[in-house]
Design a protein around this ligand. Sequence first.
Ligand code: PEP
Length: 252
Amino acid sequence: MRVPFIAGNWKMNMTVAEAVTFVNEVKDGLDAVSGMESAFCVPAIALPSVAAALSRSSVFVGAQNMANNESGAYTGEISPVMIKPFADYVILGHSERREYYGETDALVNEKAKLALAHSIKPIIACGESLAQNQAGETQAFVSGQIRAALDGISTADMLKIVIAYEPIWAIGTGLSATVEQAGGIIKTAVRDTLADLYGNDVAQQIRIQYGGSVKPHNIADYMSHPDIDGALVGGASLKPDFVELVANGVTA
Ligand code: PEP
């Protein structure tokens, strides 16, 4: 069965000192939660310190992005080789990367393959804009993002990937998708597409998170949907009650 997984995405928040203080504050609480995997995806500069602070903890560490090359003349980039000693996961294709830094599906696909080659598990983010949602394009758009991001990825590698469905209009806005909306798209646009690409047996093993204004008070509703296996959490992962959010996500 799929082990549920809640990952915090800090985005561009927390100094290294703040990051270490924060994880030290919450790690025991997170370790005490059973039946749920959790992770913090932190700014690259904080990866070594956070990984050290969490070295005896069950909480995983993730990066928020990485380059599509291993080394070389790519000023300002951080490679998978550099993050690998500290990161179990890497978020790829977050809508903010796509919107502000022009990341395409093809680039996400390239990065996913490179992450897997370095044994870093990708959390591949997908999701539609408000305009696409209102135009009834969600299903086709999200399914297309999934197909493009996974192009050429083997079944063995697919089993290491987590998908995060995040409707862009619900990220950081307080406008969360309803459980029916989120679960419906996760089932029909994500899991059914995975089944089409890899077969139903594989699709049933892939963890699919919902992301978009997930808070301690609404996580249990999302987790009640049979196709939602956790969450990618932005704002609420910067607060100590992230522990409560993770605990509330455990289904009976
Ligand atoms: C995110 O950063 O992926 C996210 C879902 O943010 P928030 O939880 O703040 O909406």
